[in-house]
Structure formats: C-alpha cells, structure tokens
Design a protein around this ligand. Structure first.
Ligand code: AMP
Ligand code: MG
Length: 374
C-alpha cells in the first residue's frame, strides 16, 4: 500500500521520569511501536520520531509525518549489541572499537546493510546507519518494543531539531500517536555520522562526538568536505542559496532553518570578525532599510548593548568558553529567531574545533549557506 499523506491521529502525551522511566508507560509505548505506530521520544541529543525499523509501512509514516524527502535515509536505534546481527552483515574491527568506546552515545556508524533492513529505512542504499542512544527513555523504549527503532529528529523536515517535547508538539501534533515527555535533551546537536563502509572512515555529519575524540580511537578519520557554502553580498541578505554537492544523502536539503533569514558572519580570511566590524555591517544594512538582529556569545553581548546604535535584537547563544552550552541551546534559539521583530539576523561564527565543528555545520545550514564576509 502506498500512502501519500500523513495519518491524522489524536496525539497522546505521557510524562516520563527520565532517570527511571515508568515500566507501564514504556510497555504501552513499545506496544504502539510494535503495532506500526509512531512514538516521539527523548534521546541525549534531540527528540526522535520512532517507528519499528523492520516494518516498511511504519517507516513510511515517519517520512509522511515529517514531510521528509524519501531519499534521506534514517538512523536505526538499538539498545544492545546482539541487535546488530539483524541489521548489518559485518561488524568491522573499527566499528567494534568505536561502538565499545562511544555507545551508548551520540555516534552513528554507517555499516553494510543486512538484507532484512527495509529499503525504506536506507533510501535504497546498501548501507545502514546505526546508533545506541544514551538516554534511559530511549533505551527502555527500544527494549519494550523488542525491535530496532528507526528515528530521525522529531521535527518537520527543514525545521530546527527539537530539544524539548514542546517543539515536537509544535511540529508533529496530530501526526504522532504518542509523545514521551522527559524534559530537555542534554547534548542539543545530533549524533556524529561516521561512514565506515569506504576505504577511509569519514565523518558525514559532525555531531555530539567530536573529531578529536574519534581520532583518539581511529587516527585516520577524515571529514567529508562541506561544499554547501555560498557567499552573498550585502545587497541580497534574504536570498537563500542551496547549491553544491551533498556530502551525505540528505545533506543537500536546507536544515534547521527558521523562517527568518539568517546570515553567517565570517572574516575575509575565515577568521571571526570583531564586534566593531559586525556593527558596521548592521549600520550598512540599516541604511538599506533593514532592521537587523544579532546572535552572539555571552562574551560579546555587552559590546552590542553598549554600541551607539545597538542592533534591534541581540540574543546570546552561550559562552565561547563552553561550547557544550552553545550546542545545547542552539536549536531552541534558532526556533526563537522567528519571533524576533527584525528583517534578518546576523550570526557570529564560532571556532571549528571540538563541538564547534558541529555547531558551525548547523549554523551554516540554518543560514541556508548564506555567508557574509566582512
Ligand atoms: P536525522 O535527520 O537527524 O535523523 O539525520 C540522519 C542523518 O544520517 C542524515 O544526515 C542522513 O543522511 C544520515 N544517514 C542515514 N543513513 C545513512 C546511510 N546509510 N549512509 C549515509 N548517511 C546516512
Ligand atoms: Mg533531522
């Protein structure tokens, strides 16, 4: 059966103890998954929208509920090592080492797909992405369901990922049978996606496990070049380009994007421009008739407030000294951008080391690849 529109359902909510999930609620959630339904649940990264990974029709509902392009494959979530046998044909030595070091945790491994995994999950690829999430609710759900759970982030396709259950309701209310509510997630950016099926282990999406940590286990890990970057001049701040070769299936789509136009600010040489220079850019944009906001760090915020003509909206993402906090609040703040009463928002860049690599990847995508070099 081919379906073209999402199933409309009464969405049920259950508040769950994140540290010690109530067994009867988890049994109920597991039953919904086994029956082919959708359950939104917290993980340590963001909230996921889960279905039985071995049930093609249930998996199809994920794509319909999110409005997700069918060629963007899903991550399959497990909560024990033995589940791997039904999902992949071989677990290589690097896969075993990385799994032992980082699972449960925010690392997704792309491995050779077992024929039993429906093509709907992998968008027809002969590889499959697997992760063991580090959250009691996610683990208990997988165990209660008794099947691996395919789950992308629980947002409408293209929107910032949900870091609390309210975001899930905003995007997917009426399209998901059950939302497990268990507070805010702890990491804030999604898992690192690492492809182990090629000659060299390659990061397809930077995320919660940093490149530095991966290299401590597998020294030859490389990062797939992000070719999505495109520049705009000051004259066209609201245009959205989305060109380039996708580094991973699904990565060519605009992601994490508020409705509000965002512009990433970088120096000519890739450095981070001073607040003084950014204020000059704000003035120039104002002269062109725009009202302008800025997303900044706590270190710089006071400099904007003290400016002769401060931007109309200044929002702190977090401290440059604490990138884990920046990651944690990033998506929530991107959602808030739509409420800011300005025409466009300039986004400061962060150093691309540690979690900064994932943060900058998400910011670039939130900006639809729009970069202003000053
Ligand atoms: P999300 O939408 O947050 O669940 O993202 C899942 C990510 O994993 C997307 O970037 C997918 O392109 C990527 N992914 C899933 N399966 C595969 C696969 N078999 N090969 C490469 N990337 C994958
Ligand atoms: Mg997503």
């Amino acid at each position: 059966m081919t379906l073209f529109s999402p199933r409309i359902v009464d969405t049920e909510f259950q508040i769950v103890d994140a540290a010690n999930p109530e067994p009867e609620i988890m049994a109920h959630a597991g039953e919904i998954i086994r029956q082919g339904g959708l359950v939104a649940f917290p993980t340590e990264t963001v909230y996921g929208l889960g279905a039985n990974a071995l049930d093609p029709e249930a998996v199809q509902q994920i794509f319909l509920a999110k409005g997700r392009p069918l060629d963007n494959p899903l991550i399959v979530h497990i909560a024990d090592w033995s589940s791997l046998d039904q999902l992949v044909v071989a677990v290589s030595e690097p896969a075993r080492l990385l799994g032992e070091r980082f699972w449960p945790g925010p690392l997704t491994l792309v491995l050779p797909r077992h024929p039993q995994v429906p093509a709907e999950v992998t968008s027809g690829l002969d590889t499959v992405a697997i992760r063991w999430p580090d959250h009691r609710v996610a683990e208990d759900l997988i165990r209660a369901a008794g099947v691996p759970i395919a789950a992308p982030s629980a947002n409408r396709s293209g929107k910032p990922s949900p870091t609390d259950a309210g975001h899930v309701m905003e995007d997917l209310g009426g399209r998901v049978e059950l939302i497990l509510v268990a507070g805010e997630t702890g990491v804030g950016v999604e898992s690192t996606v690492l492809d182990l099926t090629g000659p060299v282990p390659t990061v397809l999406r930077p995320g919660g496990v940093t490149l530095e940590k991966l290299r401590a286990v597998i020294p030859n890990v490389v990062v797939k070049e992000d070719l999505q970057k495109s520049d705009v001049g000051l004259g066209t701040p609201t245009g959205r380009a989305n060109e380039g070769v996708p580094p991973s299936p699904g990565m060519r789509y605009t992601h994490y994007a508020p409705e509000k136009p965002l512009l990433l600010i970088e120096g000519e040489d890739g450095s981070q421009p001073s607040v003084e220079k950014i204020l000059q850019a704000v003035d120039q944009l104002r002269a062109q008739g725009h009202t302008v906001g800025v997303l900044t760090s706590s270190e710089n915020a006071a400099l904007y407030y003290a400016a002769a003509n401060p931007p109309e909206y200044v929002r702190v993402i977090g401290s440059r000294e604490n990138m884990a906090d920046v990651a944690l609040y990033l998506f929530k703040i991107l959602r808030e951008c739509d409420l800011a009463e300005v025409d466009l928002i300039l986004v400061e860049s962060f150093p691309e080391e540690g979690l900064g690599l994932a943060i900058m990847d998400r910011l670039r995508r939130a900006c639809g690849g729009q970069v202003m070099r000053i």
